[in-house]
Design a protein around this ligand. Structure first.
Ligand code: FE2
Ligand code: FE2
Length: 289
């Protein structure tokens, strides 16, 4: 059986569901508004899993994802050095922190759909798509939860400037799937596991209950995203008879432009299939430079 985009059952779907999975991905990537983008992401994920539950698999197909996803006119995207820093202990600081998280979540929605549409030439079992569609759907929920928190604090996504460099990892790894897996889920999303408990504490101390609940959902579900990254990275290493740890170190040094910052959340990283000898040597070497 071939897994290269031709699975049985796809021809029986009705017209409304005739998009291939990579067309669904491009539909999300080319939608600018955050609430609209995430609504499409959720609807496409539901279609994918409904088909899977019915014993069918929507064809992967082929589509051309844009180099950069469509984004709303606001927030204004600034160089990270120009994004004003606010103290997290103040109400304005807490809004800025939630705004930054919303921006990360929106980027994450696009990153997970992009990995689906970008690398259709690499054959995978359907479970690869199950994982990234589920991750994209969860990021969509995270974005909306955080937007709801911003709105309950009389703000909104777009009210503040945001980090312009968030898509850089995707552009840098546009031709390198293993590099994408190493940098996006296994470095950037793993970093989220390190910093989220501290954020939860900030909102718990301030008594912002909806933000605590939203961040706890994010914290629980992000372990899965890192785990998907590690799983499929190891799958590709096995396919090509490569040493996962060595390849991971090479790829992170090639594509990641910053230090891996301790302290690491070793417990959650382990739960996600990231052993210490993957990340500690990189942190030590970079610290010595
Ligand atoms: Fe997320
Ligand atoms: Fe994630």
């Amino acid at each position: 059986m071939s897994f290269e985009g031709h699975w049985p059952g796809g021809e029986e779907r009705d017209d409304a569901a005739m998009m291939s999975l990579s067309e669904m991905a491009v539909d999300v990537l080319t939608t600018a508004d955050g609430r609209e983008k995430t609504a499409k992401s959720h609807a496409h994920a539901a279609a994918w899993f409904a088909a899977r539950a019915a014993g069918e698999t929507i064809p992967l197909g082929e589509a051309s994802p844009p180099l950069r996803p469509a984004r709303p006119a606001r927030p204004e995207l600034l160089d990270p050095r120009e994004v004003p820093k606010r103290k997290p202990g103040s109400p304005a600081g807490r809004i800025a922190l939630l705004h930054a998280v919303a921006h990360i979540e929106l980027n994450a929605v696009d990153l997970h759909w992009d990995i689906i549409a970008r690398f259709t030439d690499v054959p995978f079992p359907p479970g690869f798509y199950d994982d990234w569609v589920k991750a994209a759907d969860e990021e969509s929920k995270h974005f909306n939860l955080i937007c709801d928190c911003l709105e309950s604090l009389d703000s909104f996504y777009g009210a503040l400037p945001a980090h312009a460099g968030m898509w850089r990892a995707a552009e840098d790894t546009v031709d390198d799937l293993m590099g994408r897996l190493a940098v996006v889920p296994m470095v950037l999303e793993a970093r989220g596991l390190d910093v989220t408990p501290g954020m939860i504490e900030i909102f718990r101390r301030a008594g912002v209950d909806n933000a605590v609940a939203a961040l706890e959902t994010i914290y629980a579900e992000e372990v899965g995203h890192v785990a998907y990254g590690s799983k499929w990275f190891h799958f590709l290493c096995g396919r090509h008879d490569l040493d996962p740890k060595e390849v991971f170190h090479d790829l992170v040094q090639t594509y990641f432009h910053g230090a891996l910052k301790p302290p690491f959340n070793e417990e959650k990283r382990a739960e996600a299939g990231l052993p210490p000898d993957f990340y500690w040597p990189l942190a030590d070497e970079r610290g010595a430079r």
